[in-house]
Ligand binder design. Structure first.
Ligand SMILES: NC(=O)c1ccc[n+]([C@@H]2O[C@H](COP(=O)([O-])OP(=O)(O)OC[C@H]3O[C@@H](n4cnc5c(N)ncnc54)[C@H](OP(=O)(O)O)[C@@H]3O)[C@@H](O)[C@H]2O)c1
Length: 170
């Protein structure tokens, strides 16, 4: 199963101003890219803080929310789970899932990276500076990336597409 991270970041590396800040600052082109890539994947996972900024199931995709209190999130079309990332990936693999889009936030991105589960990253760099806020990853990492592709998606925004080098390649 292919597992990828998808995120929009400011030019100074933040994904939001605070943990309940939504995505009102990202470009139209990034929003379109998010819809396309998550629909192609078919399954998306996010943390409960990120879900709180959306609070509904996104159509045309399987919506999985990580939370320590799965019973609290009772929303049609949303699967809440307290599986650890590796358990979730193993479960989806058993179900023959082809791809999983990891949609944040910082704690979820970090957990999937730390567990060595991520194959690729799509990062849209938006032309903004927050100065402080929620970083892309909430924990320390030691990862090396290979640049697969770059694309200028509008006058000011760049899409970076990376592969994660796993230990055997490093
Ligand atoms: N720019 C972007 O592309 C982008 C994308 C996504 C998010 N964001 C931003 O990121 C920020 C939120 O990030 P965040 O790190 O604060 O929160 P988050 O990762 O969205 O959610 C964290 C919460 O999810 C639950 N959780 C996470 N991992 C879990 C696990 N393994 N098992 C059970 N529960 C788990 C816990 O909540 P419980 O209390 O429910 O247990 C945890 O407090 C917001 O500003 C959002 O807008 C930006």
């Amino acid at each position: 199963m292919r597992v990828f991270i998808i995120a929009a970041i400011t030019a100074d590396g933040f994904i939001g101003r605070h943990s309940l800040h939504g995505s009102d600052w990202t470009s139209r082109e990034d929003k379109k890219l998010f819809v396309r890539l998550t629909k192609e994947a078919g399954v998306m996972v996010m943390g409960s803080h990120t879900f709180a900024t959306i609070n509904r199931a996104l159509p045309g995709r399987r919506n999985i929310v990580l939370t320590s209190r799965p019973d609290v999130i009772q929303i049609e079309g949303v699967e809440a789970t307290n599986d650890a990332p590796a358990e979730l990936v193993a479960r989806l693999e058993k179900e023959s899932t082809a791809a999983l889009a990891v949609c944040g936030g910082a704690s979820v991105y970090a957990q999937f990276m730390e567990a060595g589960l991520v194959d690729e990253l799509y990062l849209t760099v938006e032309p903004l500076l927050f100065g402080k806020g929620v970083p892309l990853f909430s924990g320390e990492l030691d990862a090396k990336l290979t640049l697969l592709d770059t694309e200028q998606i509008n006058d000011n925004s760049i899409l970076l597409h990376y592969a994660v080098q796993h230990d055997r390649e490093r």
